[in-house]
Design a protein around this ligand. Structure first.
Ligand code: 13P
Length: 355
């Protein structure tokens, strides 16, 4: 099987994931990262506790009204719920498409700036993706990370290497029937202005699509997962939601081909409320391109939910998850009324965050 055999399925899957009013739940934290999350509520990082937490998420009645897909870590894709049914089946019952994080994490990019990384996992990826497809996954994620610094990062080497890695990944998983979520995250670390982020992000995304073109990626069967165009976390000039929305839309209109069906943002350390408000603002702007502007949040969907669950409280966890899922669904249609759902304003940004 090859990309050409899967092309109509890839297009259909990408369109379902980008359905208006729906977004993606990112639950693909590595074992180390989920350990930090569980630790924050005093729960030990054991397989049984990870199973209990994610099992709670995937049995939230009505979640499929707002969520089209869930990105899983490999352990979860092959895991059963405590009741014996597979996690994949639990998601299927809610009408949620399972996806899988396929990158193997970041490594230092030697020859580039000291904070710069490349994303690993290309070796054997076509075969791994085929195994994930057989297990029920229909889409994939690969997160490349770029950082803006006062000494010239992202360097040309980092931009080129990360764009190329994203394109090789995208082509490799399409070969095995998975829709690639292409994620060039620009970290919020730094004191740069929103204008600087916009200038750099435009260039980064343009390079990603040049690389996709060189690798024969079927763009109609992909999604883009960018960070929003925001100033650095330490910048004293804070852009208001209207400006963030306008700058983000401008960046995307200057860099994303119209053939990409959907753009799903990461939350990147924004508070739950800010992630919804910014997205809502974007969806009230008259736009030139027709791509759906949605969400693929991790922290901004799970923060209150994790606290509500606190290790045992299924009902409180599910209620909080559903509230944020509904809020972001409304935001993706430009209909979110700030504060209409319980949320947290707590900044989730952590300097030097590793996912
Ligand atoms: P955040 O929304 O917490 O940034 O996570 C999304 C994600 O999948 C990052 O790769």
């Amino acid at each position: 099987m090859a990309l050409s055999d899967y092309s109509s399925e890839l297009i259909a899957t990408a369109q379902s994931l980008a359905s208006p009013g729906k977004g993606i739940l990112a639950v693909d934290e590595s074992t180390k990262t989920i350990g930090k999350r569980l630790g924050s509520i005093g729960v030990e990082n054991t397989e049984a506790n990870r199973q209990a937490y994610r099992g709670m998420l995937f049995t939230t009645a009505g979640l499929g009204d707002f969520i089209s897909g869930a990105i899983l870590y490999e352990e979860t894709l092959f895991q059963n719920h405590a009741d014996g049914e597979s996690m994949v089946n639990k998601l299927g019952k809610l009408g949620i498409i399972p996806g899988i994080k396929v990158d193997m994490g970041l490594r230092p990019l030697v020859g580039a700036g000291s904070v710069e990384t490349l994303c690993t996992g290309l070796d054997g990826l076509v075969e791994r993706a085929a195994d994930y497809y057989a297990q029920g996954a229909r889409f994939a994620k690969w997160r490349a990370v770029l950082q803006i610094t006062s000494d010239g990062c992202p360097s040309p080497l980092s931009v080129r290497e990360n764009a190329w890695g994203l394109a090789r990944y995208a082509r490799s998983v399409q070969e095995s029937g998975l829709v690639p979520i292409v994620e060039p995250e620009i970290l919020m670390d730094g004191d740069h202005t929103i204008e600087t982020t916009a200038r750099i992000q435009e260039h980064v995304i343009q390079e990603v699509y040049h690389a996709c073109q060189a690798n024969g990626v079927l763009l109609e069967g992909t999604l883009l997962k960018p960070s929003m165009t925001v100033q650095g976390a330490d910048c004293s000039e804070k852009a208001d939601p209207a400006k963030v929305a306008a700058m983000t839309v401008r960046t995307l209109e200057r860099s994303v081909p119209a053939s990409v069906p959907g753009i799903v943002f990461l939350s990147g350390g924004l508070s739950e409320e800010a992630a919804s408000v910014y997205l809502n603002n974007m969806n009230t702007i008259e736009r030139k391109a027709k791509w759906n502007l949605g969400f693929s949040y991790g922290r901004a969907l799970q923060h209150s939910c994790l606290k509500g669950w606190a290790g045992t409280n299924l009902e409180a966890g599910q209620k909080a998850l559903l509230a944020r899922a509904q809020a972001n669904s409304e935001a993706s249609l430009g209909r979110y009324v700030p504060g209409s759902q319980p949320s947290s304003d707590e900044q989730l940004f952590v300097a030097g965050y590793t996912y």
